[in-house]
Design a protein around this ligand. Sequence first.
Ligand SMILES: Cc1cc2nc3c(=O)[nH]c(=O)nc-3n(C[C@H](O)[C@H](O)[C@H](O)COP(=O)(O)OP(=O)(O)OC[C@H]3O[C@@H](n4cnc5c(N)ncnc54)[C@H](O)[C@@H]3O)c2cc1C
Ligand SMILES: *[C@@H]1O[C@H](CO)[C@@H](O)[C@H](O)[C@H]1NC(C)=O
Ligand SMILES: *[C@@H]1O[C@H](CO)[C@@H](O)[C@H](O)[C@H]1NC(C)=O
Ligand SMILES: *[C@@H]1O[C@H](CO)[C@@H](O)[C@H](O)[C@H]1NC(C)=O
Length: 504
Amino acid sequence: MWCRLAPAPLLLLQLLASLWLRAPGASELRYPPGKIAVVGAGIGGTSAAYFLRQKFGRDIQIDVFEKGTVGGRLATINVEGKDYEAGGSILHPLNLHMKHFVKELGLSVPEEQGGLMGIYNGEEFVFEESSWYIINILKLLWHYGLNFLRMNMWVEDILDKFMRIYRYQAHDYSFSSTEGLLHALGGNDFIHMLNQTTEETMQKAGFSQKFINEVVTSIMRVNYGQGANINAFVGTVSLAGTDSGLWSVKGGNKLVCTGLLYASKAQLVSGTVLSIEEKTRPKRTGGTVKLYEVSYNSPSGSVTDVYDIVLIATPLNRKMSNITFRNFNPSIAEFSNHYHQTVVTFVHGRINATFFGCKGSCGFHLSHIFTTDNPKLFINSIGVVSPVQNKQENEKPPSGRVVWKVFSKEPLTKEQLNLLFSSYDSVKEKKWLAYPHYTVPRKCPPIILHNRIYYLNSIEWAASAMEMSVIAAKNAALLSYHQWYGNIDKIDHKDLNEKLKTEL
Ligand SMILES: Cc1cc2nc3c(=O)[nH]c(=O)nc-3n(C[C@H](O)[C@H](O)[C@H](O)COP(=O)(O)OP(=O)(O)OC[C@H]3O[C@@H](n4cnc5c(N)ncnc54)[C@H](O)[C@@H]3O)c2cc1C
Ligand SMILES: *[C@@H]1O[C@H](CO)[C@@H](O)[C@H](O)[C@H]1NC(C)=O
Ligand SMILES: *[C@@H]1O[C@H](CO)[C@@H](O)[C@H](O)[C@H]1NC(C)=O
Ligand SMILES: *[C@@H]1O[C@H](CO)[C@@H](O)[C@H](O)[C@H]1NC(C)=O
């Protein structure tokens, strides 16, 4: 802020000084880029536009291409006149970038609704939460010994290391690969987590098989629609989703995307990007310059435009984005990116307690049912949800008609709905290619696809979450900036943690 108040000569001096100081190792002073393209207006693309504007300044043109609606996998669905989160819904209290955006954009966070949770194994509840704190603790101890406590400590330890990213990024450091980024946070341990299943890792760390099968697996199924065989890094992200203080954005998480797009003063281009090709063009001042030609389908037909830098903020695979990279040498490969299908079904109705093994007139008091890995089960989870406008709306004892959100691999049939609910009136369904289908071992796709083409969604192969997309977006903005201006000391810096410790 004080910069604005500084008299002009002082500013000039500072500018000269900063150019001078940059001299050793830095390349020649470059002109700023003219135009930058961002493909995809999900949380990754819109936050990238925001960070690009921050880094490159107000004079560059930023175009954000979107073939569907702004928000992407952050979307709401209307059930009986009210909107509910249908895609990414839950944020962690330590998701600092998202927290900052909400504050900066003047958005608000409603109080989260509680409600009791139970774990169903297809036959009976293996665990049921009680509304009494002390009883819960005793129940957890009884069922799982100290596993629960140890899990919290384990997650906290990894989260502590993960939080280093905010310091690195605040100091402008960037990474040219997802593995490099993870390594800077947690060393080889973090990289190894990508190559090991959550189950293996937790077994080695001494967690009981019962705890893994019942608690850990059911949490993986709720968050990623897959079991404890997903990589240990995304597994830990998933476990962190059981911490307290989880939040979401009032009015819908997608408001962050529209807000960021507006704040970035980027131009939204409604159209489907079809292909990207490198072109050599003459410069006004003589010589040539290499630019990227982006071809896209817009309502007014097929159009092309050229850019200095391109950020891809959507998963690269035929089913989701279908972008062709023309005439690159070496060619930019299609990644064998298989995304996992998750179906979200909203049902306004009364749950069938008998289906969940409740006999006679037992009062049904659970609002969230997680499930273990039983092939007989056709759902991953079911839970009561509140509208995005007002979280207090749906009442607690869910014995009456409320809105339930069901996660499953396949769309629910009429027969299945009739089993789950004793009565219902409206049903709304959304089918997603939601997150990677995780297998181990696995290398993350590159971030740098070509000299000045960056791929944000590489990070999803470590873990897919809103905050992860934002971290990737900030990284890509910093990386593209440092590469453009030749600040190689800000890319893949070794021993960052030690360096920044001594700088404090
Ligand atoms: C059901 C579900 C539940 C989830 N739950 C959570 C949760 O609780 N917490 C959490 O943190 N995360 C959650 N996630 C994950 C989270 O939503 C995603 O990781 C995140 O939203 C990804 O954002 P993105 O911007 O990287 O990609 P996207 O949101 O997919 O954005 C990509 C955009 O690019 C557009 N696009 C694609 N191809 C083209 C093209 N050729 N031309 C132009 N535009 C194109 C798409 O239309 C899309 O809008 C969940 C996801 C799903 C589906
Ligand atoms: C991908 O795009 C090509 C043309 O660019 C088209 O022929 C093909 O049908 C598309 N595939 C899918 C799955 O949309
Ligand atoms: C409820 O679940 C039971 C047990 O699966 C089933 O027999 C019954 O048909 C379901 N529907 C109703 C309305 O009770
Ligand atoms: C993880 O697995 C990938 C793919 O098999 C391999 O290339 C990489 O070297 C492995 N990394 C570690 C740290 O084991």
